[in-house]
Design a protein around this ligand. Sequence first.
Ligand code: ADP
Ligand code: HGS
Length: 531
Amino acid sequence: MFTEELVREHTYVPRIVEEAEGEKRSMTLPSADPPGEAGRAMTHSDFGYLSSQAAAVTPRVNDEPLVSDLVPQALSWSSLNGLVIGDKNHKRSGTVPGIGLVHAPFSLLPSPFPRQAFSQAIELAPLFNLLADRVSQDAEFLQQTLARTRKADHFIARLLDIHLQMLDEGMKQKIRLGLHRSDYMLDTATGELLQVEINTIASSFPALGSLVASLHRHLIDWCGDGLGLEAENVPQNGAVDAFAQAFALAWKEYGDNRAVVLMVVCPEERNMYDQYWLALKLFQSYGIKMIRKSFTQVLAEGTLGDNNTLFIGKQVVSVVYYRAGYSPDDYPSESEWDARLLLERSAAVKCPNISYHLAGAKKIQQELAKPGVVERFFENKEDITKVRSCFAGLWGLDDENSAAIIEEAIRNPEGFVLKPQREGGGNNIYGADVSKKLVELRDTDGGVGLAAYILMQRIFPPVHPAYLVHDGIWSCEETVSELGIFSAYIRNGNKEVLNTEAGYLLRTKSSQTNEGGVAAGYAVLDSVHLI
Ligand code: ADP
Ligand code: HGS
């Protein structure tokens, strides 16, 4: 277990709903005309505060002296323990390690999170590993589900082309390595834990996420009972060790002791320390080296030897781990695509390979939510129910029954999020822009552009006060949180080598912010205080 076994069976019923109802706040999806000032966009704060019980463990908001005492403690701890990123104001901070560092944005104290929902998310991890693996093996499902999307989205089309090419040429490697992160939000309206998305490529912050939990446990110890928080209710977060173990197991399955692990990175990367931590843990714990190369460097230094063995220079590569390649921005020219194809053709274990990458597309998430589709991949009724229990409302816009939901979303945009097939934060459409974009897509070229998007029920998580620390400055804000559960999966042919949860990530943002993502500057790193 990489997430400390704190999940005791509680007959815990989410109080969120009761309290809010008590306080006569509307809990259903926003009606056509949102309450409050005419035209004011609905924000998370319109939907229910965390229960008073949860609020009780939230930091004392106006305890200025305490906070002013705690912040320097937290900032120094972050610098001393590598909870850092490259400073955007420093030119070389994305290319030269050790230059222009700043603490990673974090929440000063852990955020309350229902224990039962946390354990549910942990329990789902091995199931989503299996689902991603089985979907990835169903080439027909992938190609068919994305058939219309490819016509409206050139990036997805390129990925599907590589997939077809590999099917045609035959995949040279039967070992599969998945390092995923499934993101969830609590839905105030129903008290349910709903899946926002699953990332099957470049899931960030396993290392810095692990460090924030340690920071919070340190601050709680440092403060004694001054905070009214129990360090034991902040689960240890072993994500960085779990990732290192997964790399080492895949390396061992490949079976070449000379080999190294290759991390494919962006030419400029301010989140390099989250990445270097993985390399350090892999070397310290298993004596295996991890090298970093951009697609351009892969094309320049990469060759395929006998049996498609991948060489970077003279080094044999047994595992390729992508921390780039999930966005069209990562392929500014054909040479990046050539590098991707070279890696895909190689005998190295890819994390992810092209079919795992496609299995994480938002259109696939939406298709899986359709009645009877999970049954294509799971027989066990209990597993099917568990997986489905966290599905939010998801709609495709490219089939004959899409017209109704499109009209509903145009009329009632606040209840939806419009999502393209993109990753990395900052791509989704919210609020009134949902109507505008849908009308534009519907009324252009016969609506073909609609196939590049999915519609998702907007989730309104409970709001809680928190101290957010950016660039050494703290502010107390009303916030909402998103829980990510990392998971690791290794299969060698028919042999399942590893199937486990691999730690967690909590990201917290102002309740006034639509988008999420730490790297994109919307959220901060956080950890959970289980209630
Ligand atoms: P990406 O792959 O770009 O990170 P996500 O689907 O994770 O895309 O969305 C990015 C952010 O948008 C999430 O971190 C979350 O803050 C917000 N978001 C996404 N879907 C929803 C939703 N259904 N309801 C509320 N917020 C959402
Ligand atoms: C890296 N620069 C992700 N990954 O996890 N996004 C956030 O760190 O290697 O910022 O909150 C790359 C996506 C949420 C992290 C960033 C999944 C990246 O954006 C990689 S595709």
